[in-house]
Design a protein around this ligand. Sequence first.
Ligand SMILES: [Zn+2]
Ligand SMILES: [Zn+2]
Length: 272
Amino acid sequence: MATAGFTISYLGTGAGGCIMRNHTAIVLECPGGERILLDAASGNTVLRHAQRLGMSPTDFDHCLLSHSHPDHCEGLPHIEMQRSRRNPAEQPMRVYASAAALADIAVLLSYPTRGLSVDADGAQRRDGRQVISFRPAEPDEWIELTPDVRAKCAPVNHIGGAVAWRVESAGHSIVFSGDTRWHPPLAELAEGATLLIHEAICTEADRRRADGAAHATAAEAARIAQLAGVQSLTLTHIDNAFHADTESLAAEARSVYDGPVSVASDCWQQRV
Ligand SMILES: [Zn+2]
Ligand SMILES: [Zn+2]
């Protein structure tokens, strides 16, 4: 009987325009110890903050991407480079995303000075070694990441190809919204989850901003949590205005959702 749950390490928790926090990347450490990377932030965020928390890029054989906005995926080539340097025999990093997002990722990896050749299957170093393997994900199709960990995605309402992810292991489940507007079908993917990690760009007081940028308010995130009956809610993708004081986000969410609400910060680790 497995009772151990997930440990979630928030490597980056800032919105795309946030200059106070790093961009979005999250590590799920599964009950069996497997480490799954959710989004790849920009720049070297994953490398620096994973190291601070005692992890290595060679731990991340599986990367689930929510969408192809730069604040969620531009770190990928840096992660690949460090994996190849530290362990040249490393298996390719498997990158799971919608087909539309992977088409954009192929462009990102094709930048001429990276030294990668890129095709529909992924990326190779010039010596022919496969270093990234593209895994197109179909909505609602379970993917067996390891014998004990599975994941599936569902479309959200942000840009073309944007998805949310559900990861399950040993009876525990984590759902990550990625970036999205208020999107009621997300409650189906999140139904009964141990934890919903949902973006919250602002409060209802500034909701025109959320609408205009295809993001959600704290109340909308909480409404999904309430509809889905999840056990806990964590808000992330925090913008400059809320960086220093996240209490208004948390308070708005608590007025809508009955369960425990947290607001993530860079390098915070949560156990559920
Ligand atoms: Zn974003
Ligand atoms: Zn986005």
